[in-house]
Design a protein around this ligand. Structure first.
Ligand code: NAD
Ligand code: UDP
Length: 320
């Protein structure tokens, strides 16, 4: 019998890559999405497959899946700052009502659940690099609170089902990940800079560009998630690429990559924008034998190659 896996947020950037991976591993994939920030184009190549089914559904409402389920990956959630600022209530709901529905489903089906948590649960961190034992520095009532607190609640709810119901659960804390199928206008820094370079617009750095991030290529992330799901470890695990860079230096890399020679302009730093971020991945190394393999140079080249295949209409689409 094929293993059956439910993937929520399946039409999004990460969800669609996870669908590809589990199809490749021989699973039956049940993909679920309400398309609020996702795009069916990301998974349409899977539609003809016998081992793939798609359900257009909002997981913040009761979730029903017929038949057995072995695994659930909960990836549904707006993920970019401009998305979750635009739809704050839906963001809070999918991280609270959504996870409650999915944990209930998992309990009924005796399935193992893996949830997509985030480096944002560390907020604007006072510990650097961020280790899993750090509790974070989050402003609950700031603009990013809707995302950060939803994700923190999601972790708490997942641990409660593990502790009180003995449910098998996994928590991945994902650090900034990039690659093909990101929405060019989702506002995240990489698609923003590449989109601006392709369209010949100024590159917009927020703040003075001294804030740092560490970018992980999507294939590396998917491998880490795959290994974590099959491990027996229920506490949170960071997955990301520790190669940290300032946003200013990152802009210079994108300008060199695209040969665009764009002008850089400086805008105000968004409220509560974390000043530094870098994953400590010692735990993932030890537990999963995992570490990222794709350098930023290689990953950026692959991602740029993807964006160059987009049509003028896709490039100029300002919003979802
Ligand atoms: P994305 O916006 O591309 O994908 C999210 C998907 O979830 C979309 O297809 C959207 O339509 C769907 N969705 C949202 N609310 C839903 C609901 N109520 N019911 C059903 N579907 C819903 O974003 P992404 O980058 O692929 O992120 C996926 C997950 O990974 C999110 O949970 C995000 O918080 C987490 N994450 C991503 C990153 C990253 O760098 N990409 C970092 C940390 C955490
Ligand atoms: N950023 C920027 N210009 C942009 C978009 C983002 O300088 O056009 C900055 C943003 O302020 C943040 C960093 O890039 O410091 C990463 O932003 P992103 O939204 O990609 O991710 P997050 O802040 O959630 O890590």
């Amino acid at each position: 019998m094929k293993k059956r896996i439910l993937i929520t947020g399946a039409a999004g950037f990460l969800g669609s890559h996870l669908c590809d991976r589990f199809i490749k591993e021989g699973y039956h994939v049940i993909a679920m999405d309400n398309l609020i920030t996702g795009d069916l184009q990301n998974i349409e190549h899977l539609f003809p497959l016998e081992n793939f089914e798609f359900h257009h559904h909002d997981v913040s409402k009761f979730v029903h899946v017929a038949g057995a389920l072995d695994y659930i990956l909960h990836f549904a959630s707006p993920a970019s700052p401009i998305d979750y600022l635009k739809i704050p209530i839906q963001t809070l709901k999918v991280g609270s009502l959504g996870i409650h529905n999915l944990l209930g489903l998992a309990k009924a089906k005796n399935a193992r659940v893996l949830i997509a948590s985030t480096s944002e649960i560390y907020g604007d961190p006072t510990v650097h690099p961020q280790v899993e034992s750090y509790w974070g520095n989050v402003n609950p009532v700031g603009p990013r609170g809707v995302y950060d607190e939803a994700k923190r609640f999601q972790e708490a709810m997942t641990m409660a089902y593990h502790t009180f119901h003995g449910l098998e659960t996994r928590i991945v804390r994902i650090f900034n990940t990039y690659g093909p199928r990101m929405r060019l206008n989702d506002g995240r820094v990489l698609p923003a800079f590449i989109g601006q370079a392709i369209r010949g617009e100024d590159i917009t750095i927020f703040g003075d560009g001294s804030q740092t991030r560490a970018f992980c290529y999507v294939d590396d992330l998917v491998e880490g998630i795959y290994r974590l799901l099959l491990s027996d470890y229920a506490s949170p695990v960071n997955i990301g690429n520790p190669d940290e860079i300032t946003i200013k230096a990152f802009a210079e890399e994108i300008i060199a990559l695209t040969g665009s020679n764009q002008k850089v302009v400086y805008h105000d730093l968004p409220v509560d924008d974390p000043k530094q971020r870098q994953p400590d991945i010692s735990l993932a190394r030890e537990l999963l034998g995992w570490e990222p393999k794709v350098s930023r140079k290689e990953g950026l080249e692959r991602t740029y190659a993807y964006f160059k295949t987009l049509t003028a209409e896709q490039l100029n689409k300002k919003d979802h």
